[in-house]
Ligand binder design. Structure first.
Ligand code: IFM
Length: 451
């Protein structure tokens, strides 16, 4: 790997940011009329979360948002990506809106605006209102209509105050971890159901895009509208025919399964040929609804898929190591992925890297956290990103995951992704060395911009 990019190499208009999501940081689970989501239900069931924790309090961001926005401002980034808790603004997921819930996000947007930080909102980061789950959740086609109404309401209220709105975050996870293997809420393990859920998620995305376009045209607002997908290039462990075929299948069922409907209006045949279609119901107009033009595509990149058909499977060498999640550090996979997307989808809109980051078992010494591994990770991934951009991929933003250490889903609080350490006993925030590194990096970018 060559040296990381010099500070002036990114375009002056490039957007630098940090990201979080509602359930992972907000806490205040029952405050001001918030209704329960499937993650409240799931975390309160014994045995679901490794350390037995919940998001009831999390980083208490609901009460500390002002301090957190000040930290974002101190980092000097121009953008903040966060999600709205649907059950905070509509406790049942249908019917009445909760004004107190919307007020919270309004206060957050005010604070961001005061600091000159652009808001990038995600509507759905996995926390379906329990009131909808009680009627079948994402297996019930009606949920797609409720989602579109929710999207329209957020666009109506906040469309003029946010830079972008993404419909879903990582629908692959919602479908496959929520319904395929029960690692995530609502804790169902049935791969055939997961496929139907993924279709409903895509349909809800299309319906929400249509609804938001209408609202934005009516109210004269122009947030960029898109979706956020987690993606990985799938690489065969050897050049055997079996490994190559398996890698193509892995890529088809994970990346192309979501990309093809959105950008080509059809599911990839390679995946359809092999997936369990017993529960797969698609209505005549669905693909047309899903196939909407996007203003941006959010890509979350963490690792590659290393695909082996041997028994036991061959493991990646992990030349650059593994994160505390056990994920291989493979920055060049980001370059490969972006180049592949560009060659496969001629209608690709500008890309935002909406997540990229590393869990490290950080240690506090004398009030400081010297997380050199995370700094290296950042440098290498920014370099890999720059390589893709130098080859012509239109990437316009990078959001580090995450601003704060937070509730890492079924791993509880054991895994720390933050640039900022959170002491969950006292809620004290401490900037890690990586936060200072990122601040200096972004600052140098801004100086280059001003020069
Ligand atoms: O914490 C998650 C986030 O909610 C979605 N993308 C991956 C992150 C790390 O696992």
């Amino acid at each position: 790997m060559k040296n990381p990019p010099t500070m002036t190499e990114f375009s002056p208009s490039f957007i630098w940011g940090v990201a979080t999501s509602a359930y992972q940081i907000e806490g205040a689970a029952t405050t001001d009329g918030r209704g329960p989501s499937i993650w409240d239900t799931f975390t309160h069931k014994p045995g679901t979360i490794i350390d037995g924790s919940t998001g009831d309090v999390a980083c208490d961001h609901y009460h500390r948002y002002a301090e957190d926005v000040d930290i974002i401002a101190a980092l000097g980034v121009q953008a903040y990506r966060f999600s709205i808790s649907w059950s905070r603004v509509q406790p049942l997921g249908h019917g009445d809106w909760n004004e107190a819930g919307f007020d919270f996000y309004s206060r957050l947007l005010d604070r961001l605006a005061e600091k000159g930080i652009a808001a990038h909102v995600t509507l759905y980061h996995w926390d379906l209102p329990q009131g909808l789950q009680d009627h079948g959740g994402w297996l019930n086609r009606d949920t797609t209509q409720h989602f579109a109404l929710y999207a329209a309401e957020v666009a109506r209220r906040f469309g003029k105050r946010v830079a972008s709105i993404a419909t879903h975050n990582e629908p692959w996870c919602t479908a496959n971890l929520g319904y395929g293997n029960a690692q995530f809420a609502p804790g169902v393990a049935d791969t055939a159901l997961a496929i139907q859920v993924s279709h409903h998620l895509l349909l809800s995305h299309g319906l929400a895009m249509q609804a938001m376009r209408t609202i934005c045209a009516t109210y004269g607002s122009s947030p960029r509208l898109g979706i956020v997908l987690n993606q990985w290039p799938a690489m065969p462990a050897t050049d055997s025919v079996a490994d190559i075929d398996q890698a193509e299948w892995e890529y088809a069922r994970s990346v192309q399964w979501f990309m093809d409907p959105i950008f080509k209006g059809r599911y990839p045949q390679k995946a359809l040929d092999r997936m369990d279609m017993r529960q797969f119901h698609v209505h005549a107009s669905d693909m047309e609804i899903i196939h909407q033009p996007l203003d941006f595509l959010g890509v979350n990149y963490y690792f590659r898929a290393f695909v082996s058909t041997e028994n036991p499977p061959k493991q990646p060498e992990g030349k650059l190591g593994f994160s505390d999640m056990g994920w291989e550090i493979y920055p060049v996979g980001l370059t490969d992925l972006l180049l592949k997307l560009r060659s496969e989808y001629p209608d690709l809109p500008p890309i935002y890297i909406t997540e990229n980051g590393m869990a490290v078992a950080d240690e506090m010494k004398d009030g400081k956290i010297n997380d050199l591994q995370r700094i290296n990770y950042l440098q290498l991934h920014l370099y890999a990103l720059h390589e893709a951009m130098a080859c012509g991929v239109d990437v316009q933003a990078y959001f580090y995951w995450s601003l704060l250490d937070n509730f890492e889903w079924n791993s509880g609080y054991a895994k720390r992704f933050g640039l900022v350490h959170v002491d969950y006993e006292t809620q004290k925030r401490t900037l890690k060395d990586s936060a200072y590194w990122y601040r200096d990096f972004v600052r140098s970018q801004m100086q280059a911009k001003a020069a």
